[in-house]
Design a protein around this ligand. Structure first.
Ligand SMILES: Cc1cc2nc3c(=O)[nH]c(=O)nc-3n(C[C@H](O)[C@H](O)[C@H](O)COP(=O)(O)OP(=O)(O)OC[C@H]3O[C@@H](n4cnc5c(N)ncnc54)[C@H](O)[C@@H]3O)c2cc1C
Length: 287
């Protein structure tokens, strides 16, 4: 099923993300974790992609297995950094052959040496190509409530986001954020410039202090004082930090739902117990 149809047909949806193993040897463990997350009956599951094609085959394998064995709608990611038109088309054919109707179209992070294949420079080029190659596939794309780290200004980032959506995007998912007010302001700004597609906030439950450092370094996301205090106080106690991280993410989701944001994506990172913990905190809200 297409993600956009799920969003249209349901009042509130919670979806989860998993990532493929780095090597084939890790596949069994990933499929077990992903299967346990699928058993929680999310609206759909996304599967990330290693930019540069390092895990592309493994992304398709996880996505196809989730679809076949767990009967869950799957959103495989696809990045165009380092890919050619031919490899992207091949990949789209593989997704379709596995019965998948969705793709998350991304540029991917630039390689450290700055070398990039010339077939696609930005995600918008990939989206235009996917849309002309496959008119029916449901396309998701990324957006950044606090601006993308490479952008010279927020307004420039918004201009390119509008271009990307106009190229054929059905829905957007945001980068993680820890302060919902930043998301509300972003929503207001994009509606003002005529972006009308659904926007799924991406919520990252932080379950250990190291994960916070890595995530913030990559994304430049603002960490509010109230969350820093939690990490300061509980960062040295893994069980306490995990519980606090789950509750903080659940509280973000409760606030989003209270403010009429109906579709939420959770970066569950192959951790079924974290996904289950989030849902346990929302059980009455989702009835
Ligand atoms: C929801 C989500 C899922 C993700 N999943 C993955 C994943 O599975 N694998 C992975 O490797 N990475 C993933 N990423 C990270 C993503 O690949 C990086 O953030 C990457 O740096 C940008 O990708 P993009 O698709 O947003 O790129 P783009 O939309 O191309 O934007 C990248 C930068 O270029 C600018 N830009 C865009 N269009 C133009 C233009 N026409 N001219 C000039 N500048 C332009 C933008 O303002 C921005 O600064 C994900 C990110 C998000 C938010």
């Amino acid at each position: 099923m297409k993600v956009i149809d799920i969003l249209k047909q349901n009042d509130i949806t919670i979806s989860f993300e998993v990532f493929p193993p780095k090597k084939q040897e890790g596949m069994e463990g990933v499929l077990e974790a992903a299967g346990a997350i699928a058993a929680l009956k999310p609206a759909f599951m996304s599967v990330t992609y290693g930019a540069g094609g390092s895990t592309s085959r493994l992304t398709t394998e996880v996505a196809a297995s989730l679809y076949e064995k767990n009967r869950v709608t799957v959103l495989p990611h696809l990045t165009c950094v380092g890919e050619t038109r031919a490899t992207i088309h091949e990949h789209l054919e593989e997704l379709r052959a596995s019965g998948l109707d969705n793709v998350m179209a991304l540029r991917g992070d630039l390689p450290k040496d700055g070398r990039q294949n010339k077939d696609y420079e930005h995600a918008v080029d990939l989206i235009r190509d996917i849309r002309s190659y496959d008119k029916e596939i449901c396309i998701g794309a990324a957006c950044y409530p606090e601006g993308h780290v490479e952008s010279a200004s927020r307004s420039e980032d918004l201009k390119y986001l509008k271009e990307k959506v106009d190229a054929g995007v059905d829905f957007l998912t945001t980068q993680m954020f820890f302060d919902n007010d930043l998301f509300y302001r972003f929503l207001w700004q994009i509606r003002e410039i005529g972006i009308t597609v659904p926007v799924l906030p991406g919520i990252m439950p932080i379950t250990n202090a190291r994960q916070l450092g890595r995530s913030v370094e990559l994304s430049g996301t603002h960490v509010p004082e109230r969350f820093l205090a939690i990490v300061d106080r509980f960062g040295g106690n893994p069980d306490a930090m995990k519980q606090a991280g789950i509750v903080y993410a659940a509280a973000q989701i409760i606030d989003l739902i209270a403010n009429d944001v109906r579709h939420i994506h959770v970066y569950s990172m192959n951790k079924p117990e974290v996904a289950a913990g989030i849902l346990a905190n929302l059980s009455e809200l989702l009835k």
